[in-house]
Design a binder for this molecule. Structure first.
Ligand SMILES: Cc1cc2nc3c(=O)[nH]c(=O)nc-3n(C[C@H](O)[C@H](O)[C@H](O)COP(=O)(O)O)c2cc1C
Length: 402
């Protein structure tokens, strides 16, 4: 075993990555199982699944999302955890409710939210959840976590990032409620939903069942989640003794700032994006003239390890292990981030879409650099019916997205 394998392989997570490999009822398919088998057999020791819906109303717009909304699904997920455990890897189920970031067309239910504030990107004006309805969402999260435990997952990750429901509660710009789920005067964020959900999961799954969380440190909504809000959130998570905190950025309002890229794949957006797709040549032309400068203006360019500055802040506040995600592309960066003490773990998404054997390659050559070119076509294509994949061949030739 070399230095990288001994000291760093275990510090790498495969960050939650939407698979697009479930059937239309959200049951994970054999393709889904094989995908995780491939990662585990290639020495990815810590795997977080793509976001999995806890109820129909919390489904995402992307076709073929997996769900953990019924007991019937437990044996299907059990096949996946069994398969991953054979290779001595751990697997965590990311559970989510989309809140206002979805569409009635997909969920066949009224879009609900923390408030009735509309998401500009998703368009639909949500119905504000009543206090009683919120308690039933907490129950859905709890039941989902219990099912994950019964299916053999090593823990769950609450998706509290990227503008989904838990993030909507936390965010002072989105949450304008007057009940107990509103903004807490002491912390400045809407943390009651999170507290109640974590306590409820622990009661049902046991104190020792690991609960990880993914959060967005900041965003570019008209009124941002500020650094003070972020610090408050870390303190709340510290108090709640959560197992691990993964630090990401942004909301789906400006999804490209969650991933970040070197350019924006406009043609793929116009062909496949849920919101912008069109066959009309005129609309395409107009969109390129009017929407392109707007998207460009809003887009934060890719830089290496782009959330590390937030992880560094969190490390000063808590002893809870921090996982930093976003822009890790080489063994040298991973080593540097961990050795610096600014994060305990790193997690990666696109490099694993591009090369499932990325960790194995790092074990051979710890300075290996990912082949991922941050084109973000994989991300845009989550709106298509294709399963998630890299759209470049290893010769860096673009593959058609039809
Ligand atoms: C195709 C794709 C699917 C993703 N799916 C999820 C998801 O299901 N849950 C989640 O929290 N983040 C998801 N993300 C965000 C990643 O986990 C990660 O935070 C982001 O891509 C930055 O990491 P990277 O630079 O290593 O790609 C997804 C990103 C991409 C590109």
């Amino acid at each position: 075993m070399n230095d990288f394998q001994e000291n760093f392989t275990n510090k790498i997570f495969r960050s939650a990555t939407f698979e697009g490999m479930a059937d239309s009822n959200g049951f994970p398919t054999d393709e889904y199982r094989k995908y995780y088998k491939k990662l585990a057999e290639n020495e990815v020791k810590n795997i977080i699944t793509g976001f999995t819906y806890i109820s129909q109303e919390g489904r995402a717009i992307h076709p073929r999302q997996a769900g953990i909304d019924s007991d019937e699904k437990i044996p299907y997920f059990q096949k996946i955890t069994d398969c991953v455990h054979k290779f001595d890897s751990k697997i965590y189920l990311q559970i989510a409710h989309t809140g206002r970031q979805t569409s009635e067309q997909i969920t066949k239910k009224k879009v609900v939210g923390v408030s009735n504030k509309k998401s500009n990107y998703f368009g639909s004006k949500p119905k504000q959840l009543s206090t009683n309805e919120i308690y039933s969402v907490i129950e859905s999260f709890t039941n989902a976590a219990k099912r994950a435990k019964l299916a053999g997952f090593d823990g769950i990750q609450l998706h509290a990032a990227h503008g989904y429901l838990i993030h909507q509660f936390l965010h002072p710009y989105i949450n304008n409620r007057n009940d107990e789920f509103g903004i807490n005067n002491q912390t400045g964020i809407g943390d009651y939903f999170l507290r109640k959900t974590i306590l409820s999961i622990r009661k049902k799954c046991g104190q020792e069942f690991p609960i990880l969380i993914k959060i967005s440190a900041s965003d570019n909504l008209p009124k941002q989640f500020t650094i003070n809000n972020f610090i408050s959130l870390i303190k709340v998570l510290d108090e709640l003794k959560i197992s691990k905190i993964e630090i990401s950025y942004g909301t789906m309002e400006n999804a490209l700032n969650i991933f970040r890229g070197k350019s924006i794949p406009y043609d793929v957006i116009l062909k496949h994006n849920f919101h912008y797709k069109t066959n009309s040549i005129l609309k395409k032309k107009l969109w390129k003239i009017f929407a392109t400068p707007f998207l460009k203006h809003k887009a934060i360019p890719f830089s290496e390890m782009y959330n590390l500055k937030y992880a560094k802040i969190a490390k000063k506040i808590t002893d809870i292990p921090i996982i930093c995600v976003g822009g890790f592309r080489s063994g040298d960066e991973i080593k540097k981030a961990i050795i610096s003490g600014n994060t305990d773990f790193v997690s990666l998404c696109r490099p694993f879409i591009c090369e499932h054997d990325f960790v194995k390659k790092l074990a051979k050559n710890s300075s290996y650099i990912s082949n991922c070119c941050d084109c973000n076509i994989c991300a845009i294509m989550c709106d298509s019916k294709n399963s998630t994949r890299c759209y470049f061949t290893y010769q860096r030739k673009r593959i058609a997205t039809d």
